[in-house]
Design a protein around this ligand. Sequence first.
Ligand code: NDP
Length: 290
Amino acid sequence: MTARIIDGAACAARLRETIAAEIEALPASARRPGLAVVLMGENPASQVYVRNKGVATRKAGMVSTEHRLAADASEAELLALVASLNADPGVDGVLVQLPLPGHIQVARVLAAIDPDKDVDGFHALNVGRLWGGEVGLIPCTPRGCMKLIAEVAPRLAGMTAVVLGRSGIVGKPMTQLLLAADCTVTIAHSRTRDLPGVCRQADILVSAVGVPGLVKADFIKPGAIVIDVGINRLDGEDGKTRLVGDVDFAEAVEVAGAITPVPGGVGPMTIACLLENTLIAYKRREGLGG
Ligand code: NDP
């Protein structure tokens, strides 16, 4: 069997077009949705992410602002910046790019973001809303994964899902979204016994670990949907960096029914879902539904 490749880049492009069309259709006098991104320090990967987010935001017709702080700025300065963005009526989404320098208490910063502008969905109130089945803002990567799964399986009720990885930004919210879609869900992690055996139960296997090539053919039930969230940078012999996922793609593609590639799978969906969350936050703040 050769798996169907789930094209995350195409799916994300469609979502971005839908969002842009909705913004284009706003009355000329209406305020445009605004996303503010805070970048602290010089982390090269974060700089690329922030730049890409800015480009995508502007392309969608939204207002994008970037706020940079030096790596040695104080937590008080960062919290004051977040407070000013919370109070800014033109800002619908506030995103503080992670990771933050070691002297900053991440939890304190995330807790300072207005939950209704928390387009990353990391605020404790949004975590609670997700688990309580209430309306909130859903973390972008798991949200994107659900859309990719929907590309190949419109009805998930009764399916067995295994989420590999239990982080607060991917694994745990992913679990909750699959549960809400009536899957029977197992969450696996570094202490799970017989990882291949547990994963092989899955009709839907989502891997969010950060270990290149961890998921081999013997982790995969024939015909399963495999969603590879992992982004791992490997140095090639030519001196260039190569992006790979958690899944050994060459092996998995022969067993799975459908699979996301890396790059071009989950990654593009994360940014598209950030735009979607910003539009949702805007619509709620403007009383337009959402
Ligand atoms: P974390 O490091 O926070 O979590 C990793 C999880 O994987 C942990 O639960 C850990 O278990 C588990 N784990 C680690 N090693 C193993 C192993 N050998 N076997 C089984 N489980 C293991 O990572 P994130 O959730 O933040 O990110 C995961 C991956 O997804 C990374 O590659 C990251 O770059 C990528 N990512 C991609 C995004 C995208 O847009 N495509 C967005 C966000 C992340 P334990 O809890 O026991 O330590």
